[in-house]
Design a protein around this ligand. Structure first.
Ligand SMILES: Nc1ccn([C@H]2C[C@H](O)[C@@H](COP(=O)(O)OP(=O)(O)OP(=O)(O)O)O2)c(=O)n1
Length: 326
Protein backbone atom coordinates (compact mmCIF):
# COMPACT_ATOMS: atom_id res chain seq x y z
CA UNK A 1 0.00 0.00 0.00
CA UNK A 2 1.36 3.38 -0.95
CA UNK A 3 0.00 6.88 -0.46
CA UNK A 4 -0.60 8.85 -3.62
CA UNK A 5 1.89 11.58 -4.33
CA UNK A 6 0.90 15.03 -5.52
CA UNK A 7 1.63 13.98 -9.08
CA UNK A 8 -0.51 10.83 -8.69
CA UNK A 9 -3.31 12.97 -7.20
CA UNK A 10 -3.06 15.45 -10.07
CA UNK A 11 -3.33 12.57 -12.48
CA UNK A 12 -6.30 10.71 -10.94
CA UNK A 13 -8.34 13.25 -8.97
CA UNK A 14 -9.90 15.13 -11.92
CA UNK A 15 -11.84 11.95 -12.59
CA UNK A 16 -12.59 11.28 -8.91
CA UNK A 17 -13.49 14.70 -7.45
CA UNK A 18 -16.25 16.87 -8.91
CA UNK A 19 -15.05 20.39 -9.57
CA UNK A 20 -11.41 19.41 -9.18
CA UNK A 21 -9.18 22.46 -8.96
CA UNK A 22 -5.43 22.07 -9.18
CA UNK A 23 -5.07 25.02 -6.76
CA UNK A 24 -6.41 22.75 -4.03
CA UNK A 25 -3.65 20.23 -4.45
CA UNK A 26 -1.40 20.19 -1.39
CA UNK A 27 1.86 18.22 -1.19
CA UNK A 28 0.33 14.78 -1.10
CA UNK A 29 -3.25 15.66 -0.29
CA UNK A 30 -6.18 17.55 -1.73
CA UNK A 31 -8.17 20.29 0.01
CA UNK A 32 -11.91 19.83 0.04
CA UNK A 33 -14.15 22.84 0.64
CA UNK A 34 -17.16 23.62 2.83
CA UNK A 35 -20.40 23.14 0.94
CA UNK A 36 -23.76 24.79 1.43
CA UNK A 37 -25.29 22.23 3.84
CA UNK A 38 -24.29 22.95 7.43
CA UNK A 39 -25.76 22.62 10.91
CA UNK A 40 -24.61 23.78 14.33
CA UNK A 41 -26.02 23.08 17.78
CA UNK A 42 -26.91 26.00 20.01
CA UNK A 43 -26.72 27.01 23.65
CA UNK A 44 -30.16 28.56 23.23
CA UNK A 45 -33.46 26.75 22.88
CA UNK A 46 -34.20 26.44 19.19
CA UNK A 47 -37.70 26.70 17.74
CA UNK A 48 -39.67 23.47 17.93
CA UNK A 49 -42.02 24.51 15.12
CA UNK A 50 -42.15 21.78 12.43
CA UNK A 51 -41.52 24.39 9.78
CA UNK A 52 -38.35 25.64 11.48
CA UNK A 53 -35.34 24.90 9.32
CA UNK A 54 -32.85 22.60 11.00
CA UNK A 55 -30.07 22.74 8.48
CA UNK A 56 -28.63 26.06 7.44
CA UNK A 57 -28.08 26.44 3.72
CA UNK A 58 -25.16 28.73 3.11
CA UNK A 59 -25.49 31.00 0.13
CA UNK A 60 -23.61 33.90 -1.36
CA UNK A 61 -22.29 36.62 0.99
CA UNK A 62 -23.48 37.80 3.45
CA UNK A 63 -25.34 34.50 4.04
CA UNK A 64 -22.22 32.41 3.51
CA UNK A 65 -21.08 32.05 7.14
CA UNK A 66 -21.71 29.60 9.96
CA UNK A 67 -20.74 30.41 13.56
CA UNK A 68 -19.71 27.46 15.74
CA UNK A 69 -19.70 28.65 19.34
CA UNK A 70 -17.34 27.22 21.97
CA UNK A 71 -18.62 23.91 23.25
CA UNK A 72 -20.94 23.46 20.28
CA UNK A 73 -21.10 20.69 17.73
CA UNK A 74 -21.56 21.05 13.95
CA UNK A 75 -22.12 19.07 10.78
CA UNK A 76 -20.30 20.37 7.73
CA UNK A 77 -20.88 18.80 4.29
CA UNK A 78 -18.25 19.11 1.60
CA UNK A 79 -18.86 21.10 -1.53
CA UNK A 80 -17.38 18.35 -3.70
CA UNK A 81 -18.63 14.86 -4.40
CA UNK A 82 -15.83 12.33 -3.99
CA UNK A 83 -15.29 8.83 -5.42
CA UNK A 84 -12.87 6.19 -4.17
CA UNK A 85 -11.93 3.36 -6.62
CA UNK A 86 -12.08 -0.24 -5.43
CA UNK A 87 -8.27 -0.46 -5.50
CA UNK A 88 -7.84 2.48 -3.10
CA UNK A 89 -8.75 3.83 0.35
CA UNK A 90 -9.06 7.52 1.29
CA UNK A 91 -8.30 9.21 4.64
CA UNK A 92 -9.87 12.53 5.60
CA UNK A 93 -8.96 15.26 8.08
CA UNK A 94 -9.39 18.96 8.96
CA UNK A 95 -6.65 21.42 8.12
CA UNK A 96 -4.30 22.29 10.98
CA UNK A 97 -5.25 25.98 10.99
CA UNK A 98 -8.79 25.04 12.19
CA UNK A 99 -7.49 22.50 14.67
CA UNK A 100 -5.41 25.21 16.29
CA UNK A 101 -8.60 27.17 16.86
CA UNK A 102 -9.86 24.22 18.86
CA UNK A 103 -11.99 22.53 16.17
CA UNK A 104 -11.94 18.76 16.53
CA UNK A 105 -12.87 16.28 13.79
CA UNK A 106 -15.28 13.97 15.61
CA UNK A 107 -16.31 11.90 12.60
CA UNK A 108 -14.40 8.98 11.13
CA UNK A 109 -11.16 9.22 9.24
CA UNK A 110 -11.56 6.90 6.30
CA UNK A 111 -13.58 6.61 3.08
CA UNK A 112 -14.35 3.10 1.89
CA UNK A 113 -13.46 1.69 -1.50
CA UNK A 114 -16.45 2.17 -3.79
CA UNK A 115 -17.64 5.38 -1.96
CA UNK A 116 -19.42 7.93 -4.12
CA UNK A 117 -20.88 11.09 -2.64
CA UNK A 118 -20.24 14.21 -0.60
CA UNK A 119 -18.46 13.76 2.72
CA UNK A 120 -19.97 14.84 6.01
CA UNK A 121 -17.70 16.05 8.79
CA UNK A 122 -18.88 16.33 12.35
CA UNK A 123 -16.79 18.79 14.38
CA UNK A 124 -16.66 20.09 17.94
CA UNK A 125 -15.42 23.49 19.00
CA UNK A 126 -13.21 22.83 22.02
CA UNK A 127 -11.62 26.26 21.71
CA UNK A 128 -12.34 29.43 23.70
CA UNK A 129 -13.72 31.45 20.77
CA UNK A 130 -16.28 31.18 18.01
CA UNK A 131 -15.10 29.42 14.87
CA UNK A 132 -16.52 30.99 11.74
CA UNK A 133 -16.92 28.69 8.77
CA UNK A 134 -17.34 30.10 5.29
CA UNK A 135 -18.97 28.41 2.32
CA UNK A 136 -16.37 27.39 -0.32
CA UNK A 137 -13.51 27.60 2.20
CA UNK A 138 -10.89 24.81 1.65
CA UNK A 139 -11.12 23.41 5.14
CA UNK A 140 -10.67 19.63 4.86
CA UNK A 141 -7.95 17.30 3.55
CA UNK A 142 -8.20 14.00 1.72
CA UNK A 143 -5.36 11.59 0.95
CA UNK A 144 -5.55 8.47 -1.17
CA UNK A 145 -3.71 5.21 -0.80
CA UNK A 146 -3.48 2.10 -2.99
CA UNK A 147 -4.69 -1.21 -1.62
CA UNK A 148 -2.55 -4.28 -2.17
CA UNK A 149 -5.33 -5.58 -4.40
CA UNK A 150 -8.79 -4.61 -5.63
CA UNK A 151 -11.29 -4.77 -2.83
CA UNK A 152 -13.88 -7.43 -3.42
CA UNK A 153 -16.26 -5.63 -1.08
CA UNK A 154 -17.05 -1.98 -1.74
CA UNK A 155 -19.21 0.58 0.10
CA UNK A 156 -22.92 0.18 -0.54
CA UNK A 157 -24.39 1.73 2.59
CA UNK A 158 -27.20 4.18 3.24
CA UNK A 159 -24.99 7.24 2.76
CA UNK A 160 -23.96 6.33 -0.78
CA UNK A 161 -24.38 9.37 -3.06
CA UNK A 162 -25.35 11.58 -0.19
CA UNK A 163 -25.74 15.24 -1.13
CA UNK A 164 -27.40 16.70 1.93
CA UNK A 165 -27.63 16.34 5.70
CA UNK A 166 -30.35 13.83 6.56
CA UNK A 167 -32.98 14.88 9.11
CA UNK A 168 -32.46 11.56 10.96
CA UNK A 169 -28.91 12.66 11.79
CA UNK A 170 -30.22 15.71 13.59
CA UNK A 171 -32.46 13.85 16.04
CA UNK A 172 -31.70 15.10 19.58
CA UNK A 173 -29.29 17.67 18.18
CA UNK A 174 -31.69 20.61 18.20
CA UNK A 175 -31.94 20.80 21.99
CA UNK A 176 -30.03 23.28 24.07
CA UNK A 177 -26.44 22.16 24.55
CA UNK A 178 -24.87 23.03 27.88
CA UNK A 179 -21.35 23.68 26.76
CA UNK A 180 -18.67 24.15 29.43
CA UNK A 181 -18.16 27.69 28.23
CA UNK A 182 -21.86 28.43 28.48
CA UNK A 183 -21.94 27.03 32.01
CA UNK A 184 -18.86 29.08 32.86
CA UNK A 185 -20.61 32.22 31.56
CA UNK A 186 -23.70 31.35 33.56
CA UNK A 187 -21.56 30.92 36.67
CA UNK A 188 -19.75 34.20 36.03
CA UNK A 189 -23.08 35.94 35.53
CA UNK A 190 -24.46 34.37 38.70
CA UNK A 191 -21.35 35.39 40.63
CA UNK A 192 -21.62 38.96 39.35
CA UNK A 193 -25.31 39.16 40.27
CA UNK A 194 -24.60 37.70 43.72
CA UNK A 195 -21.82 40.26 44.26
CA UNK A 196 -24.04 43.10 43.07
CA UNK A 197 -26.79 41.93 45.42
CA UNK A 198 -24.33 41.65 48.34
CA UNK A 199 -23.09 45.19 47.66
CA UNK A 200 -26.68 46.51 47.53
CA UNK A 201 -27.53 44.61 50.71
CA UNK A 202 -24.48 46.09 52.45
CA UNK A 203 -25.57 49.59 51.45
CA UNK A 204 -29.12 48.98 52.64
CA UNK A 205 -27.93 47.54 55.95
CA UNK A 206 -25.64 50.53 56.54
CA UNK A 207 -28.54 52.87 55.80
CA UNK A 208 -30.84 50.97 58.17
CA UNK A 209 -28.16 51.00 60.89
CA UNK A 210 -27.57 54.75 60.46
CA UNK A 211 -31.31 55.49 60.46
CA UNK A 212 -31.88 53.36 63.56
CA UNK A 213 -28.95 55.04 65.34
CA UNK A 214 -30.30 58.49 64.52
CA UNK A 215 -33.80 57.44 65.60
CA UNK A 216 -32.56 56.08 68.92
CA UNK A 217 -30.56 59.28 69.53
CA UNK A 218 -33.58 61.48 68.77
CA UNK A 219 -35.89 59.39 70.98
CA UNK A 220 -33.28 59.49 73.76
CA UNK A 221 -33.00 63.27 73.49
CA UNK A 222 -36.79 63.69 73.57
CA UNK A 223 -37.06 61.46 76.65
CA UNK A 224 -34.24 63.37 78.38
CA UNK A 225 -35.91 66.73 77.68
CA UNK A 226 -39.28 65.39 78.88
CA UNK A 227 -37.62 64.02 82.02
CA UNK A 228 -36.07 67.41 82.71
CA UNK A 229 -39.39 69.18 82.26
CA UNK A 230 -41.15 66.61 84.47
CA UNK A 231 -38.56 67.20 87.20
CA UNK A 232 -38.15 70.97 86.98
CA UNK A 233 -41.72 72.00 86.05
CA UNK A 234 -44.04 69.14 86.94
CA UNK A 235 -47.19 71.34 86.90
CA UNK A 236 -46.53 72.70 83.47
CA UNK A 237 -45.48 69.27 82.28
CA UNK A 238 -48.69 67.64 83.56
CA UNK A 239 -50.88 70.34 81.99
CA UNK A 240 -49.05 70.11 78.67
CA UNK A 241 -49.28 66.34 78.73
CA UNK A 242 -53.01 66.51 79.46
CA UNK A 243 -53.52 69.05 76.66
CA UNK A 244 -51.52 66.91 74.27
CA UNK A 245 -53.53 63.83 75.16
CA UNK A 246 -56.78 65.76 74.79
CA UNK A 247 -55.66 67.06 71.40
CA UNK A 248 -54.98 63.47 70.42
CA UNK A 249 -58.60 62.62 71.28
CA UNK A 250 -58.11 61.20 74.74
CA UNK A 251 -60.43 62.21 77.58
CA UNK A 252 -58.73 63.14 80.82
CA UNK A 253 -60.72 62.57 84.05
CA UNK A 254 -59.73 63.50 87.57
CA UNK A 255 -59.48 60.52 89.81
CA UNK A 256 -62.25 60.30 92.53
CA UNK A 257 -60.77 60.93 96.02
CA UNK A 258 -60.32 57.89 98.16
CA UNK A 259 -63.15 57.67 100.86
CA UNK A 260 -60.79 56.68 103.63
CA UNK A 261 -58.59 59.62 102.75
CA UNK A 262 -61.68 61.87 102.83
CA UNK A 263 -62.71 60.56 106.27
CA UNK A 264 -59.27 61.07 107.71
CA UNK A 265 -59.22 64.57 106.22
CA UNK A 266 -62.58 65.32 107.90
CA UNK A 267 -61.30 63.99 111.21
CA UNK A 268 -58.20 66.05 110.86
CA UNK A 269 -60.33 69.15 110.23
CA UNK A 270 -62.47 68.50 113.34
CA UNK A 271 -59.39 68.09 115.51
CA UNK A 272 -58.00 71.31 114.12
CA UNK A 273 -61.29 73.15 114.83
CA UNK A 274 -61.38 71.85 118.39
CA UNK A 275 -57.84 72.90 118.96
CA UNK A 276 -58.57 76.34 117.61
CA UNK A 277 -61.64 76.62 119.83
CA UNK A 278 -59.66 75.51 122.90
CA UNK A 279 -56.97 78.12 122.38
CA UNK A 280 -59.58 81.05 122.33
CA UNK A 281 -59.77 83.16 125.63
CA UNK A 282 -62.28 81.46 128.03
CA UNK A 283 -64.84 83.54 130.04
CA UNK A 284 -63.90 84.10 133.64
CA UNK A 285 -65.86 82.18 136.37
CA UNK A 286 -66.44 84.82 139.00
CA UNK A 287 -68.46 82.52 141.25
CA UNK A 288 -65.44 80.45 142.28
CA UNK A 289 -63.61 81.25 145.48
CA UNK A 290 -60.30 83.09 145.32
CA UNK A 291 -61.08 84.35 141.88
CA UNK A 292 -59.98 80.99 140.34
CA UNK A 293 -60.45 80.91 136.59
CA UNK A 294 -61.82 78.01 134.64
CA UNK A 295 -61.86 77.46 131.00
CA UNK A 296 -65.24 76.61 129.54
CA UNK A 297 -65.74 74.12 126.78
CA UNK A 298 -67.37 75.68 123.82
CA UNK A 299 -71.02 74.87 123.35
CA UNK A 300 -73.35 75.39 120.53
CA UNK A 301 -75.14 78.73 120.70
CA UNK A 302 -78.21 78.81 122.96
CA UNK A 303 -77.14 75.85 125.09
CA UNK A 304 -76.48 76.65 128.74
CA UNK A 305 -73.33 75.58 130.39
CA UNK A 306 -74.06 73.74 133.62
CA UNK A 307 -70.99 75.29 135.27
CA UNK A 308 -72.01 78.84 134.27
CA UNK A 309 -73.39 80.94 137.20
CA UNK A 310 -77.01 81.91 136.78
CA UNK A 311 -76.17 85.53 137.38
CA UNK A 312 -73.04 87.07 136.19
CA UNK A 313 -73.71 90.23 138.16
CA UNK A 314 -73.28 88.62 141.65
CA UNK A 315 -76.96 87.71 142.20
CA UNK A 316 -76.85 84.63 144.40
CA UNK A 317 -78.82 81.56 143.58
CA UNK A 318 -80.88 79.79 146.32
CA UNK A 319 -78.71 76.64 145.95
CA UNK A 320 -75.58 78.75 146.12
CA UNK A 321 -76.72 80.31 149.38
CA UNK A 322 -77.42 76.87 150.74
CA UNK A 323 -73.87 75.81 149.82
CA UNK A 324 -72.46 78.85 151.53
CA UNK A 325 -74.46 78.20 154.68
CA UNK A 326 -73.23 74.68 155.03
N1 LIG B 1 -16.54 12.01 8.09
C1 LIG B 1 -16.97 11.05 7.28
C2 LIG B 1 -16.52 9.77 7.44
C3 LIG B 1 -17.01 8.80 6.57
N2 LIG B 1 -17.90 9.14 5.60
C4 LIG B 1 -18.45 8.23 4.70
C5 LIG B 1 -17.33 7.51 4.00
C6 LIG B 1 -17.42 6.17 4.55
O1 LIG B 1 -17.05 5.22 3.58
C7 LIG B 1 -18.85 6.03 4.91
C8 LIG B 1 -19.08 4.99 5.96
O2 LIG B 1 -18.23 5.16 6.95
P1 LIG B 1 -18.17 4.12 8.12
O3 LIG B 1 -18.13 2.74 7.55
O4 LIG B 1 -17.03 4.55 8.98
O5 LIG B 1 -19.50 4.40 8.87
P2 LIG B 1 -20.78 3.51 9.06
O6 LIG B 1 -20.42 2.08 8.96
O7 LIG B 1 -21.41 3.97 10.31
O8 LIG B 1 -21.66 3.99 7.87
P3 LIG B 1 -22.69 3.12 7.02
O9 LIG B 1 -23.74 2.68 7.93
O10 LIG B 1 -23.15 4.11 5.98
O11 LIG B 1 -21.84 2.01 6.46
O12 LIG B 1 -19.19 7.28 5.38
C9 LIG B 1 -18.31 10.45 5.52
O13 LIG B 1 -19.12 10.76 4.69
N3 LIG B 1 -17.84 11.38 6.37
Amino acid sequence: MAFWSGEELAQHLPGLIDGFNVKNLDCASYRLSVGDQVFATSDKFSSSAPSAALVSVLKDPPDNLLRIRPGQFAFLMTLESVRVPNYALALISIRAGYKFKGLINVSGFHVDPGWDGKLLFSVYNAGPADVIVERGEPMFLIVYADLDRDSAKTYNGASQRQVDIKASLLANMTEQVFSPLMLQRHLADLEKRTNDFAIKLDGTMSLIRATLGALITVVGLILTVLGLFATLAPGWFGATLAKTLEAAGYEIRQKAPDSSTEDSAKKQRTVEELKNAGSAPAPMDTSTKGGEQRKLASKPAGEKNSAEPTSAKGKSHPEDSAHKNQ
